[in-house]
Every structure is written in C-alpha cells, then in structure tokens.
Design a protein around this ligand. Structure first.
Ligand code: HPA
Length: 272
C-alpha cells in the first residue's frame, strides 16, 4: 500500500470518531506530558488502536493522540512520539505528521528535551528553536516522490516560522520567562554524547542536541505547515562541566520546566 493511501485510511478512521477537526498539532516530548493538563479533552485514542500507527515504548511517553480544546483552539496532541532509535524507519517516525496534515492541521508545535552545548545555558532553560542541523542517518523524505504529499526538493531556509517565533518571544517576555533562541541538532541516539561529540556539535553550530524533532519538522515543512518548536535543556554537554547524563534526570528537568513552556505555547495558540 502506498504511503498516501495509508495516511488516508488512518485519517478516515480518526475523522469517524471526531466532531471538530484540529487545525493545530502539538507534540509533547519526554517529561512534557503535563503540558496537556490544560487540554479540554474531547477524545483520546491510544496509538495501538490507530491503523498504521506504531506503538510508543519509551518511559515518560504516554502513547496516545488526544483531541480537544487548548487555548480556545481545536488541537490534536501527540502524547509521546516515535523515535528513530526505537527501530522505526523515518516514514513511521513522521507518519503522524502526515495524518495531522490530512486532518487539517496547519500549525505544528513541537517540544523536546535536549542537551545544552551553548555555555550560557543552564538546566531547566527553554530554547526556542530557530534552526536545525539534521544528523540523522536516514532522511524522512527519501524514497519515491508523491506530489500529493509535497515537492521533491523542499526549501529549508525557514523551517521555524518567523511569525510564530515572534509570538513565542513576545509571550515569554510578557510572562517574564527567559528564553534562548538557538540551533537544535538532531542525532539518532540512543547513546547520549561523548564529551568530544558535544564539543564537536557546538563547533558545527549547535546550541542544543536531541534525538527527535528534526524528522517531524522536515515532514511538516514538506507538507506546508507552519512550525514552532522549543527545547527544554535537561542536561549540559559543556566541556569543563560534562557530567553523566541519565534518562531520569532528563525527565525530571523537563517536568520542572514544563509549566513555563505550557504558558508560552498556550498564549501563542490563543493568538493564532
Ligand atoms: N543528548 C541527546 N539527546 C538528549 C540529551 C542529550 O544530552 N538530553 C535530552 N535528550
């Protein structure tokens, strides 16, 4: 079955269970589940019930699509995402974005937990992503081109929509939430970086590094969406202070900073 037909099948399955279709999609990263606390839920569908959806496996990820109202708008929230390191191919990792598009989503809002390489960053800081470097070994658009999904050679000069960045910046300053803006590097994981890798990632232009987001953003841009993305800095890979990283620390730091990010996302969504 062609990708487009799978997307259509999945979209029809979801449409059959929904009243209102979402125009905004939100992906909640590790430890950021509480962002959905202020969602007025209309419908929740576990991933394993959705045709062609893989099942999420990582601790800290719930594994369902929640539909409802957030900041007065109809949204679809991915509670937990599919990571390349789990063994999914890039078409599987990005499949939910394709489905969101067919449901009518125009704006994608993405969050993740990331390691900070910029020496001015501290644990718990928020970084609005203003650009990325794709270091994943497989590209989500590799394969036959289907013009129903997007063009063969998509432009990537502004993957993070300037207007959404401006709204996020303004909202952060209104609420006295300090934010950085920087470059996110997407790597496959699942190992955290060696000190030499963190150093190298900073030298090539990265401010933060993580194991997600870039594939989803590429597909969102390919399908014509606007994108806002933010990282919570959950550990630091700055050379002199490089310390051990573990998944629990990442979750804890993300949990703590989640309310700040929720405030920013909520006010951006309200103003859309
Ligand atoms: N590296 C890669 N992925 C991550 C990190 C990190 O330091 N922290 C959270 N996700």
């Amino acid at each position: 079955m062609q990708l487009f037909d799978k997307i259509t099948e999945t979209t029809n399955f979801i449409k059959g269970q929904l009243g209102n279709m979402p125009t905004i999609g939100i992906i909640l990263g590790s430890g950021l589940g509480s962002l959905a606390d202020s969602l007025e839920v209309e419908k929740e569908i576990p991933y394993h019930e959705i045709p062609h959806f893989p099942a999420s496996t990582v601790a800290g990820h719930k594994g369902m699509l929640s539909f409802g109202k957030f900041g007065g708008k109809i949204v679809v929230v991915m509670r937990g995402r599919f990571h390349y390191y789990e063994g999914y191919n890039m078409q599987e990792v990005t499949f939910p974005i394709r489905v969101m598009k067919q449901l009518g989503v125009e704006t994608l809002i993405v969050s993740n937990a990331a390691g900070g390489m910029n020496p001015s960053y501290k644990i718990g800081d928020i970084m609005l992503i203003n650009d990325h470097i794709n270091l994943f070994p497989e590209h989500p658009l590799r394969g036959p081109a289907d013009s129903r999904l997007g063009v063969r050679f998509p432009d990537m000069s502004e993957p993070y929509t300037e207007n959404l960045l401006r709204l996020a910046r303004e909202s952060a300053s209104q609420h006295n939430i300090p934010v950085h803006e920087g470059v996110y590097i997407g790597i496959q994981g699942p190992t955290f970086e060696t000190r030499a890798e963190y150093r190298w990632l900073h030298i090539i232009g990265g401010d933060a590094v993580g194991m997600s987001t870039v594939p989803e953003v590429i597909v969102a841009i390919h399908s014509g969406m606007n994108v806002l993305a933010a990282s919570i800095i959950t550990d630091l890979g700055i050379q002199e202070i490089a310390v051990e990283v573990n998944h629990n620390e990442v979750l804890e730091a993300a949990n703590k900073a989640a309310p700040k990010l929720a405030t920013i996302f909520t006010s951006v969504i309200k103003s859309l």
